[in-house]
Write a protein that binds this ligand. Structure first.
Ligand code: G3I
Length: 416
């Protein structure tokens, strides 16, 4: 919602200078250049908490080349691309980086569309929150319905291969583009117990730490997150998330961020105080937090624009006040493209791409320097045994079949 700060030295203004003055100026310039060179990258030097949106990549393209089930649900409208480019600094591919699309068939990866998305980000100076590596939903058919039931070791081995291949792919081919991964998505049920999923059922709760370690091994520079919903108030699910996160941090597992999805309505949304109270508990165990999927649906009977704007403002204010909030992402660019089905007003830009009155206010709140907690253990090599060694996976007949193989996404993608 605001432009990224540009870094770089301004050229010295013209005019004649004495040789001595030139030397002094030269020294000064050298110091400035050295300081700038030592400064963090342009991305890290963003002037505030970065703002992102979930993006339907196909909707940014007049001509789209990719799987038909990921084509834009609406006719091409250039305002979608314009709004995204001018208002957001990063994005979360809404569906395209999910496992059912990246490994649609066993051992067959399809990076065709994902490559276009990463190239699009790079060309436009945007970064990506990778969403999501290990989730119980949007899994390929072959994961949920294997020919032979999964054993713990085979599933773990498959998960390791998947995480390493996907994270490694972007780290190798698009360095600095996918800066962050939702490594594990929605691991908890409403009661705070581990959510039932293929991963949890076959591997057990250890799949969470293993996935984080595999991701860290594949890209030690990426920030790694657990992303969860309905944890904006203190309560059993939030306490369970906190205890899970604290345990992982205690054990030196590479975890940097907890994502708070924030799919809310004006009636279900927390107050600033409630959010800050939750997020400071995570700060106390060494974790940053991010708003990752904010949208504001209608309560029964509907809500006014002002009521919805108050919710957006609440999350922005809490993000600023908590001190450890490092990202603010809304779940869509504009109302017609919302997964909620165009109820209107769930996002910051309306049916005609007009900005809600709260946008300027939010920009102001999120601007200004951030001082997140120091990088977690993912910045340093972990002393723990690698998951592969801890589990001592047997090499089995199946191992051959889990060897990763890339296919040319371009060859596999379908032309509309
Ligand atoms: O692939 C089919 C296609 O063949 C069919 O023609 C079309 C008709 O509806 O549906 C296509 O699949 C849809 C898919 O998005 C891709 O378009 C699914 O029906 C639809 O359910 C799916 O919805 C996504 C949902 O995750 C899946 O759980 C939403 O777009 C996406 O916004 C939503 O995002 C999740 C986050 O990943 C995790 N947190 C919650 C959030 C909201 O549910």
């Amino acid at each position: 919602m605001r432009e990224m700060a540009r870094t770089g030295a301004q050229g010295a203004s013209g005019g004649h200078r004495s040789p001595r003055g030139g030397r002094v100026l030269g020294c000064l310039l050298a110091v400035v250049v050295a300081v700038l060179a030592a400064a963090p990258s342009a991305q890290a030097a963003a002037p505030g908490i970065p703002e992102g949106a979930a993006l339907w990549y196909a909707c940014t393209q007049p001509q789209y080349y990719g799987p038909l089930n990921l084509e834009c649900p609406l006719p091409y409208d250039p305002r979608y691309l314009r709004t995204f480019l001018s208002e957001f600094q990063r994005f979360t591919p809404e569906n395209e980086f999910k496992m059912m699309y990246l490994e649609p068939e066993v051992n067959i990866f399809d990076f065709g569309l994902a490559d276009q998305i990463a190239a699009f980000a790079r060309a436009n100076g945007k970064t990506i929150r990778g969403h999501t590596l290990v989730w119980g939903d949007q899994l390929p058919y072959w994961v949920q319905h294997p020919l032979l039931p999964w054993s713990k070791y085979l599933l773990l081995e498959m998960m390791a291969g998947y995480v390493e291949t996907v994270v490694g792919h972007f780290a190798t081919h698009y360095p600095g583009v996918v800066t962050e991964w939702d490594v594990v998505n929605e691991p908890l049920g409403p009661d705070g117990k581990l959510r039932r999923s293929t991963w949890e059922r076959v591997i057990g709760g250890a799949y969470i730490r293993d996935a984080l370690e595999y991701a860290h091994a594949a890209d030690p520079t990426a920030k790694l997150a657990i992303n969860e919903g309905n944890t904006d108030f203190l309560g059993p699910k939030t306490e369970a998330l906190l205890s899970l996160a604290a345990g992982l941090k205690r054990d030196g597992v590479p975890l940097d961020v907890i994502g708070f999805e924030a799919h809310v309505t004006p009636r279900t949304a927390p107050t600033v105080g409630q959010l800050v109270a939750v997020w400071r508990r995570f700060a106390a165990v060494g974790l940053n937090v991010e708003v990752t999927e904010l949208d504001v649906d209608d309560d029964p009977g509907g809500d006014t624009r002002a009521a919805k704007d108050a919710v957006f403002r609440t999350y922005a204010e809490a993000c600023r006040e908590a001190g450890n909030c490092t990202g603010f992402t809304v779940w869509g660019v504009a109302d017609p493209y919302s997964w909620l089905g165009q109820t209107g007003g769930a996002l910051l830009y309306g049916v005609n791409f007009a900005a809600s009155p709260v946008v300027g206010l939010i920009n102001g709140i999120l601007d200004g320097p951030v001082q997140p907690l120091a990088a977690g253990p993912s910045a340093t090599p972990t002393k723990r045994a690698s998951p592969a060694r801890r589990h001592a996976r047997p090499r089995s007949r199946h191992h051959r079949h889990t060897t990763r193989r890339h296919t040319s996404g371009r060859a596999r993608s379908r032309r509309r």
